[in-house]
Design a protein around this ligand. Structure first.
Ligand code: G3H
Ligand code: 13P
Ligand code: NA
Ligand code: ZN
Length: 306
């Protein structure tokens, strides 16, 4: 049913486009992403975090993803996002995931290598792909000095050793992005020079976490209907396209879908205070998320590639 991350990303890297990894937490989000992929004829990655598994239950989220893949008729990866424990990865591999991310980025370098290697052996024996992470995706405030960058961003020489010793299929790097809706104070600032060096040394598809754009339109709509998110800022579209041109093949999006969903729900509840049919509340949100996901697929260049 599911494509592996390796086959989808190797093809994307060769074709110089990126594939979106969209976090799913419930049926409406999964349907929105699956229908977007179907309409755009785009490969897609359904990302499920350990807290999404806890929220939905592993049987529900697996079945939602499975039906989404069957109905979309495009190469669909079911991926564990940010597994920080060996047991998270094992559980997903046993349940039919086709890809896992082991996130040992908080561990010392050698321990990250040792744990990642263990997971690669277990996963590859089951035909499952592995993404790992090197460097810290910390929120970066204002101007970052060279020494600060070296302390938190991915070191290119370490990345080379890490990939050689672990055999991972994709590598998540830290080049200035961070998770959530508050990525930058002032101008967005990504370390493309570092990305270029890493790509030359590792050769495998690179993953950009924290890649949401946090677009003004969505923020304005959310604010109009009562959201309070002062200072929210994301990665501009041209920075995403530049990252793809420099070897990024997987682009992780959660925040933009969250913002879109809640803004749409706020709008219905505000404009129709008499409404209490959940389908009239979640339906427009699903439609809005689908349109945002389709826009991402066009931006990443994955439209028409399925
Ligand atoms: O990087 C984290 C993703 O946005 C998933 O977040 O752990 O709240 O599901 P979550
Ligand atoms: P955003 O918070 O920018 O959407 O990033 C999501 C992510 O990296 C999930 O792993
Ligand atoms: Na991931
Ligand atoms: Zn992430």
């Amino acid at each position: 049913t599911f494509a592996t991350l390796k086959e989808v990303l190797d093809t994307a890297k060769a074709g110089k486009y990126g594939v979106g990894a969209f976090n799913i937490n419930n049926m409406e989000i999964a349907k929105a992403i699956g229908n977007a992929a179907k309409e755009e004829k785009s490969p897609v990655i359904l990302a499920v975090s350990p807290s999404a598994i806890k929220y939905a239950g592993i049987e529900y989220i697996y079945e939602i993803a499975r039906v989404t893949a069957v109905k979309s008729k495009v190469p669909t990866v079911l991926h564990l996002d940010h597994g920080t424990e060996f047991k998270d990865c094992v559980q997903c591999i046993r349940h039919g995931w086709s890809s896992v991310m082991y996130d040992g980025s908080k561990l010392p370098f050698q321990e990250n290598i040792a744990m990642t290697k263990k997971i690669v052996e277990f996963a590859h024996a089951a035909g499952v792909s592995v993404e790992a992470e090197l460097g810290k995706l910390a929120g970066v405030e204002g101007h970052v000095s060279v020494s600060e960058k070296d302390a938190i961003f991915t070191n290119p020489e370490e990345a080379k050793i890490f990939v050689e010793q672990t055999g991972v299929d994709a590598l998540a790097v830290a080049i200035g992005t961070s998770h959530g809706a508050f990525k930058f104070k002032g101008e967005a600032n990504l370390d493309f020079e570092r990305l270029q060096k890493i790509e030359k040394l590792v050769g495998i598809p690179i993953v950009l976490h924290g890649a949401s754009g946090v677009p003004k339109e969505v923020l304005e709509k959310a604010a109009k209907y009562g959201a309070k998110l002062p200072g929210a800022a994301g990665v501009p579209n041209d920075a995403i396209q530049k990252a793809i041109s420099l070897g990024v093949a997987k682009i992780n999006i959660d925040t933009d879908i969250r913002l879109t969903m809640t803004a749409a729900i706020r709008q219905v509840l505000t404009e129709h205070p008499e409404e209490f049919d959940p389908r009239k509340i979640f339906g427009p949100a699903e439609e809005a998320m689908k349109e945002v996901a389709k826009g991402k697929m066009r931006l990443f260049g994955s439209s028409g590639k399925a």
